[in-house]
Design a protein. Structure first.
Length: 391
């Protein structure tokens, strides 16, 4: 157990009109810097096959600031531009290594973000955070709710306005781990379902809550309504805003539900076993939409960091282990169980199986065998990294 851990915070904020105006300038400048840099880099790359580094662009922008035409660039904290160019560096690194597509130009209408450093020598900022303010130099303290507040000031915050017009502050803070729950001897296997969210080895089916499904239905209706409107018309714009708002509400509800679920799984169990699903591999199949909708990646991420805090063990079993095809009663392995088969009977011992519960039981057993004292090597799931800014 490390003495400190990196914990990520996401806080919904409500900047006032003045703060929104300042943020608008910051967003606009960051967007300009991103697009300006992207254009320079793209041109150099297309024409001469050259690569222009973020440092080169940063130098060029510093020179621009001294010109009358561009001196408005000095009206925002210098870090705003520097961080944006760093984001772009990372975006290019990801592109060149094949992890991401070519960086795109940023539009005024999409989500906006800036990163701002908080000087740890600035006593005022630190004491404001200690008093449960969300304080950003240049903006002051902002009204906030929704989300845990860190006990001390973060070194850097990301301020984001999503497409629905909501504002968030996110930050990573190094802190002592929260008090662990008492150890238990319980374990659980989780089969991530397509029909339900997940099925546990205890036989419990975790479904998406009804209020989430209702919100999703409303979202689908609004999306259909949007597709019927003439693109660019007044009605279209209004509907588009309401689609964005509904989208945000669905995402919030889903995230809250996942938090409750993962918290409970971690509280109740010492060992939590999941399949090591390569979501990227699945993303090319017809299951892609279900995978995306069910938020599997987020489920795993939350389980991983909560398990680490709580001193629990999250074990990911090899996704090629025959968790679905094997009878959890006698160990007989079948050739295959088609996706459409929900229930099956073991030809060896005659046991009747629900496809998902049987898989969850196997996942739990395989994981326990892998633990020290078991037969194999433990494969720990990498602890949850924060979702970095989508650069
Ligand atoms: Zn059997």
């Amino acid at each position: 157990m490390p003495s400190t851990i990196q914990r990520s915070y996401r806080i919904r904020i409500y900047p006032n009109a003045d703060q929104r105006a300042v943020l608008n300038r910051w967003f606009g400048t960051a967007r300009w810097a991103w697009n300006h840099a992207l254009e320079r880099r793209s041109k150099a790359y297309r024409r001469r096959g050259e690569s222009v580094s973020g440092v080169d662009v940063s130098r060029a922008i510093t020179a621009l600031k001294k010109t009358t035409r561009y001196n408005w660039l000095t009206e925002v904290p210098a870090g705003v531009i520097v961080q944006k160019l760093r984001d772009q560096d990372r975006a290019f690194t990801n592109f060149f290594s094949g992890r991401a597509s070519y960086p795109r130009f940023r539009k005024r209408s999409s989500a906006q973000s800036v990163r701002v450093q908080i000087d740890q020598r600035q006593h005022r900022a630190l004491s404001r955070w200690a008093n449960e303010d969300v304080f950003v130099p240049g903006l002051g303290a902002m009204r906030w709710r929704n989300g845990a507040h860190p006990a001390q000031a973060p070194k850097m915050v990301t301020i984001r306005r999503d497409a629905a017009g909501r504002y968030f502050v996110t930050a990573m803070v190094e802190e002592a781990p929260a008090k662990r729950p008492a150890p238990t001897n319980k374990s659980v296997g989780i089969d991530l379902g397509l029909k339900s969210l997940a099925v546990l080895s205890t036989g419990e089916v975790l479904a998406n809550p009804r209020h989430l499904r209702a919100k999703e239905r409303r979202l689908r209706r609004a999306q259909r309504a949007l597709s019927r409107k003439r693109r660019g018309s007044g009605r279209w714009h209004r509907t588009r805003r309401s689609v964005a708002r509904l989208h945000a509400r669905v995402a919030d509800t889903r995230a809250n539900h996942l938090h409750q679920l993962t918290r409970r799984l971690v509280d109740e169990n010492q060992v939590i076993a999941v399949e090591d699903l390569s979501v990227k591999g699945l993303a090319r199949t017809r299951l892609a939409k279900s995978v995306h909708d069910a938020g599997w990646g987020e489920f795993g991420r939350q389980l991983a960091y909560k398990a680490e805090w709580a001193g629990r063990q999250l074990v990911a079993i090899d996704r090629f282990a025959p968790s679905t095809r094997q009878c959890s009663g006698c160990g007989h392995v079948r050739a295959a169980v088609p996706l459409s088969t929900r229930r099956w009977q073991c030809p060896e011992c005659g046991a009747e199986h629900d496809r998902d519960i049987n898989a969850a039981v196997n996942i739990e057993r395989i994981a326990l065998e892998q633990l020290p004292g078991g037969t194999g090597e433990v494969k720990r799931v990498e602890s949850g990294r924060p979702r970095g800014e989508a650069a």
